[in-house]
Each structure stands twice: as structure tokens, then as C-alpha cells.
Design a protein around this ligand. Structure first.
Ligand code: ADE
Length: 227
């Protein structure tokens, strides 16, 4: 079954409102919903903020039978061309806050794990096509950098751009990617840019988050028609 995840209520509430035949599954620290969206059987959940919550909730989804996972939400733009309202479809994902360099590993690499987790080609194509249909939205493909940090400085943006080649920064995607990759389950992360991760990021994020979360949700709906 297709699973759709967001981190916050604002990222999934519009999908939840339209979920038909809704069944609620309570799990420790998370609530999952099973139902039908635009005729497609889905699992839907708000996973909470940060990598640990994301990994835990993704695991619950997989145990419930998820065979594809779409993560939808907002991000801080890192790629210099990105503006608020643009959409990033993940090519691959890194965990920018992992640092085992003292033991000789590349920054971002967890010993024994790949340095970046690749998103599913078919889901990526469907997401890009669907994004192309959302009025006034520019979509690009790029690397998503995740970490347990809200990025709000030009220095950090520069670091994520030069060290990782990241297009955007958020706090969950690469954790979901790591869990899905271990289970061999295809995934994609779709992020709508709410801020440009600089010193105004906190203000822009609060202002634009509800608006741009709607864009990401529209992309998910466009994908449902294609999958
Ligand atoms: N989500 C939205 N904006 C973000 C930022 N600047 N850093 C991390 N996660 C975000």
C-alpha cells in the first residue's frame, strides 16, 4: 500500500480531511490513518519533527504494509536559485549532522551505511510531472539534506551547498530514506520551500509554511493519479 508522510499537522491536514473510509491506528508515539484518497488505498501519518520521529513512524508504516513511501512537507532552500514556493523533488538524501570524521569517515556518513540514499526513479518522475501541473510552482530535482537542526544562517546554507551539494534542508527525509532503503521500499521526498534557511528563515517559515505546504500536498494528489 502507498504511504504518505508529513512531519507536521499542516503538512498532512488537507490530505487527512479528504481521506475516505478512514481507520485510525494508534501506535506508541504516532497515529496512522488508513483509508482511500482519490480512489487509491493509502496509509497517511504525521510523523513528528526530526529524524528519530521520522524513522520511528516510517517503521510503523512499513510494518503496516507500506510498499512505497512519499514524504511531503516544507524545507529551507539551499540551492541559490530556489525561492519560496518552489518545489524540490529528491534525487537522493543525506544526513548532514552525522559526523564520524574523527574515525576517518566522510562527513555525513554513518559507518556501515551508504553516504546518500537514492530516491526511487518512478516516484521521482511522477512527482516532477505532478509538480509541473501546480499553478505558479517551479520544481527542480536535487539532493535533500536532513538533520536535527533548523537551518537559519548564511554560513550553514553555504556549508550544506559546498560540502553536500544540497538543494534544500529539512529535518526528516533522510531518516525515512534510511529506513525505506533497509527494507527495499521505494520512496521519494517532496519539499516545498518555505524559507531560504538564512537569518530570516524563522520569520519566513512561519509566514509561508501553511501556504507552501499546500503546494506539496497538490503534488501528492497529482501523483496519486499517476501511480
Ligand atoms: N524546514 C523548513 N525550513 C527549514 C529550515 N530552514 N531548516 C530545517 N528544516 C526546515
Amino acid at each position: 500500500m502507498l504511504a504518505i508522510m508529513g512531519a507536521m499537522d499542516e503538512e498532512i491536514e488537507l490530505l487527512l480531511t479528504d481521506l475516505q473510509d478512514r481507520e485510525t491506528l494508534e501506535r506508541p508515539g504516532a497515529t496512522l490513518y488508513r483509508g482511500v484518497l482519490d480512489g487509491v488505498p493509502v496509509l497517511l501519518t504525521r510523523g513528528g519533527i526530526g529524524k528519530v520521529n521520522a524513522a520511528m513512524t516510517a517503521t510503523y508504516l512499513l510494518l503496516e504494509g507500506a510498499d512505497r513511501v512519499i514524504f511531503t512537507g516544507v524545507a529551507g532552500g539551499v540551492h541559490p536559485d530556489l525561492r519560496v514556493g518552489d518545489i524540490v523533488v529528491s534525487t537522493d538524501l543525506v544526513q548532514h549532522d552525522v559526523d564520524v570524521t574523527a574515525l576517518g569517515y566522510e562527513l555525513g556518513t554513518i559507518p556501515g551505511e551508504v553516504p546518500a540514499w537514492a530516491a526511487d526513479e518512478r516516484l521521482r518522475v511522477a512527482a516532477l510531472e505532478a509538480a509541473g501541473e501546480v499553478e505558479g510552482v517551479r520544481a527542480l530535482e536535487g539532493r535533500v539534506a536532513s538533520g536535527d537542526q533548523f537551518i537559519a544562517s548564511a554560513g550553514d546554507v553555504q556549508r550544506l551547498w559546498t560540502r553536500f551539494g544540497a538543494a534544500c534542508a529539512e529535518m526528516e527525509g533522510a531518516a525515512v530514506a534510511q529506513v525505506c532503503a533497509k527494507a527495499g521500499v521505494p520512496f521519494v521526498v517532496i519539499r516545498s520551500v518555505s524559507d531560504t534557511a538564512d537569518h530570516d528563515a524563522n520569520v519566513d517559515y512561519r509566514t509561508f509554511m501553511p501556504l507552501v505546504a499546500r503546494h506539496a500536498k497538490q503534488v501528492v494528489r497529482g501523483m496519486l493519479a499517476r501511480l
